[in-house]
Design a protein around this ligand. Structure first.
Ligand code: DOR
Ligand code: ZN
Length: 365
């Protein structure tokens, strides 16, 4: 990263002196791009900032075959605005009955980059997910053998477990067994929300990593209830107590290569959020980098932003880093209250607020 000071450039820049950030172009290692008109409305927010993204497969129906993945990838590419260079990396949705040969074929041909485990009924469109991890042990064995990463929605679905404990219990009951039984399987614990997860990943084997969202770094669970019920702060895993948020901030800014950027941007039309049973998900794609930059600056860790955003992810996946750079400038911008999306509207993360950083574009190396 090359932080640039407006004057006195010879001095090491203090945080407050940095007005422009130039970092290697990042990737988003966890995003929901949806399909149809919603895909067309949201994909370019991700594609303007990120070179690549791990695209989640929880469509209806889910992406479980190589043919479905290829078709989805083509629809994403067709929806890109002219001039944007962006590569969608498609994931396979694991089901109890997933075909092992199909998963292997998809990975070998470069169509599937990873496979996603949704515990059945854990979140949006997860009803076809896995009811018991033992049902997918054959596919996990194959993935371990071929080097295909397993991406986890790390929450138990046991209704007897308090919703705020479901991630920590998943680590105890499921993740620790997966690591024991598949010591060479690459595993990403997605969108971590707890101190337990941050510690477990930091102390775990080199095969284990985690993504961290901008919103879980930004607010704690009180945000959902401030003066009333606030559905635009609801996502899964749900935000936890303040000490968990602080632990996530320490993990993200630690410089440890096990933690990397994954927005979990999950758009839902406003009517599906503001409802008696509102959907989980926060649409953070429009200002994702600005949002992370704010956190790194607040933590006095702008010098570690590039590694988190642009280096740790590709290194874990075994991919090359991007050669382009992106520029962020210290220019205040206000975030719109709503964004139009194919005849619907979505409320973005930070709606109505002012952000201190502004994404200024991509530049060649
Ligand atoms: O909040 C979430 N929204 N969490 C998920 O795991 C899924 C996502 C979605 O697809 O809406
Ligand atoms: Zn997600």
């Amino acid at each position: 990263m090359q932080p640039e000071a407006p004057s006195e450039a010879a001095k090491p820049p203090t945080t407050s002196a940095v007005n422009r950030l130039v970092i290697r172009r990042p990737d988003d290692w966890h995003v929901h791009l949806r399909d149809g008109p919603m895909l067309a409305a949201v994909v370019n927010f991700t594609a303007r900032q990120f070179a690549r993204a791990i695209v989640m497969p929880n469509l209806a129906p889910p992406v479980t075959t190589v043919a479905a993945a290829e078709a989805y990838r083509s629809r994403i590419v067709a929806a890109l605005a002219p001039g944007l260079s962006f590569t969608p990396l498609i994931t396979c949705y694991l089901t109890d009955g997933i075909n092992v040969g199909e998963v292997e074929r998809g990975f070998a041909s470069g169509v599937f980059t990873a496979a996603k485990l949704y515990p059945a009924h854990a979140t949006t469109n997860s009803q076809h997910g896995v009811t018991d991890v033992r049902n997918i042990y054959p596919v996990l064995e194959a993935m371990q053998r071929i080097g295909m990463p397993l991406l986890l929605h790390g929450e138990v679905t046991d209704k007897h477990v308090d919703i705020f404990d479901r991630e920590a219990v998943f680590i105890e009951r499921t993740l620790s067994k997966l690591i024991r039984d598949f010591p060479a399987l690459k595993i990403v614990l997605e969108h971590i929300t707890t101190e337990e997860a941050a510690t477990f990943v930091a102390q775990g084997p080199a095969t284990l990593a985690a993504t961290i969202t901008p919103h879980h770094l930004d607010f704690n669970r009180n945000a959902m209830f401030e003066g009333g019920i606030r559905p635009h702060f609801y996502c899964l895993p749900v935000a936890k107590r303040e000490h968990h948020r602080l632990a996530l901030r320490r993990a993200a800014t630690s410089g440890l290569p096990k933690f990397f950027l994954g927005t979990d941007s999950a758009p839902h039309a406003v009517g599906s959020k503001e409802a008696a049973c509102g959907c989980a998900g926060i649409f953070c794609a429009p200002h994702a980098l600005e949002s992370y930059a704010k956190v790194f600056e607040e933590e006095g860790a702008l010098d570690r932003f590039e590694a988190f955003a642009s280096e740790h992810g590709p290194r874990f996946y075994g991919l090359s880093v991007n050669s382009e750079r992106v520029v962020l400038e210290r220019v205040a911008q206000s975030v719109p209250a709503r964004i139009g999306a194919g005849g619907e509207e979505i409320v973005p993360f930070h709606a109505g607020a002012s952000l201190i950083w502004r994404f200024a574009g991509v530049v060649d190396a």
